[in-house]
Design a binder for this molecule. Structure first.
Ligand code: GLN
Length: 441
């Protein structure tokens, strides 16, 4: 499989390196031995999967698709990935993505733009673009992406598959390179609700190495197949009446709402923040957090270093030359909003807005069980377009970032189009999200 992947042109994988091959063969040999002994095989045993290249997997490269870390090898294994290895799954590729998760198109990468699985002239979406394309093309059965502001859900929508951002804290972030720690989530991409359920259950659970984690109950297949408990669905008028939404996406969304009504579900229109407020709140906080998180990457402890006249100059030259333009834009923006004179005006205001956004969600979920929305206001852009217009790229995240700020469980379900439908429930209600996905089938 790995040899075949190397010959492909979607740019969906990063490293099919011998280290990963050895690990894959070791995992496979364990399954073979069990089969030879007539032992029972677990659900994930022998199942090939892909890993966004922002996770640690001991001894293998973890590049974050960045020039700075292109030769960096993981010193340990992420908790979520270890749980999959323990369940017998076989990691076959580290997957291409936007560098450090910075982007919505998987073009901010040193490994070449990821091409959309449906139409290769379009972007694969991002930042977990490689992960979505690998699943859509059946190169992997499932992939593990990372979702900070939509990076699992949006590429899932663009490539017509399922992608889940669980409740924040349900899966340990230990070993996931930090982008914006307060919204970073580990998320699976797959071709069915059932595969998402199995992978989610395997990775979930409290972890002493990530103090934001909590213990959650395993989600049973039978309980998500029983779709009787859902009564009310809401959607945000602002999203659907926004000038930015494509006519076709709006029509498709309203048609889905009609279908849901026809099945006897009550539908409510909800008021919410304008999508540009969601985007500016998210980017203010995400840039601040990433500026802080990436300050450790100065060529001393991790990754490539360019030596200069003194230590300070070496840091400056290394960071200037090895970070991409998009990553530098975020570091500069983040440091600005955190700096004296700006932090009260901008950063603290961002935090206050985030609180109101979360309160708004809490109120909504007193009235509705599920919130539905399109995943994106527009269809995937052509390769090259986002790089020329970063602001347009940020605005295209309008429908995903709010749910990240609220730390809510939210799932993209494919609609046979280039965008999907996004199902969101109240915190810790990941089960209801999967149930509703089954209800829609
Ligand atoms: N597109 C968003 C951003 O660039 C989300 C990325 C992500 O979830 N990693 O911040």
């Amino acid at each position: 499989i790995q040899e075949k992947l190397s010959a492909l042109k979607e740019n969906a994988y990063n490293t099919v390196n011998t280290l990963l091959t050895e690990l894959a063969l070791e995992q496979a040999a364990k399954v073979d031995a069990k089969i030879a002994n007539n032992e029972t095989i677990g659900l994930l045993e022998g199942i090939p999967f892909g890993i966004k290249d922002v996770y640690m997997l001991q001894g293998t490269y973890a590049t974050a698709s960045s020039d700075l870390l292109k030769k960096y090898k993981s010193a340990y294994t992420a908790t979520a990935i270890q749980k999959l290895l323990d369940a017998g799954a076989i990691p076959i590729v580290k997957e291409n993505c936007d560098s450090f998760g910075h982007g919505s198109s998987s073009e901010n990468t040193i490994f070449g733009a990821v091409k959309n699985a449906i139409n290769p002239e379009l972007v694969g979406g991002g930042s977990s673009g490689g992960s979505a394309v690998n699943v859509a093309k059946n190169y992997t059965v499932f992939s593990i992406g990372g979702d900070t502001g939509g990076s699992v859900r949006q590429p899932a929508g663009y490539n017509n598959i399922y992608g889940l951002k669980p409740t924040y804290g349900r899966i340990s972030r230990f070993g996931l390179m930090a982008y914006a720690s307060s919204t970073d989530c580990v998320g699976p991409l797959a071709k069915s609700v059932e595969d998402i359920r199995i992978v989610l259950n395997t990775m979930s659970g409290e972890d002493t190495k990530d103090q934001t984690t909590y213990t959650s109950e395993s989600i049973e297949e039978t309980s998500i197949l029983d779709t009787t408990g859902i009564k009310t669905v809401g959607y945000f008028k602002n999203f659907i009446e926004s000038e930015a939404i494509d006519t076709q996406i709006k029509e498709d969304f309203l048609a889905s709402i009609e279908k849901i009504k026809a099945k006897g579900i009550k539908v409510k229109e909800l008021d919410f923040f304008k999508s540009d407020i969601l985007v500016s709140t998210y980017y203010t906080l995400a840039m601040a957090e990433t500026a802080s998180n990436l300050s450790r990457l100065d060529g001393t402890n991790y990754g490539d270093r360019i030596d200069d006249t003194n230590l300070k100059e070496s840091y400056a030259v290394t960071r200037s030359e090895k970070f991409s333009e998009e990553t530098k834009r975020r570091i500069v923006g983040g440091n600005q909003v955190l700096s004296q004179g700006f932090s009260d005006e901008i950063y603290l205001k961002g935090l206050a807005l985030r609180d109101s956004i979360s309160e708004n969600f809490e109120k909504d979920f007193e009235e509705v069980d599920i919130i539905l929305s399109p995943v994106t206001p527009s269809t995937p852009p052509k390769i090259g377009a986002s790089l020329k217009n970063p602001l347009a790229m940020y605005l295209s995240d309008a429908y995903t970032v709010g749910f990240s700020l609220g730390q809510l469980p939210t799932l993209t379900v494919p609609q046979g189009t280039e965008t999907g439908l996004q199902i969101t429930a109240a915190k810790n209600n990941d089960e209801l999200v999967l149930k509703f996905a089954n209800f829609l089938k």
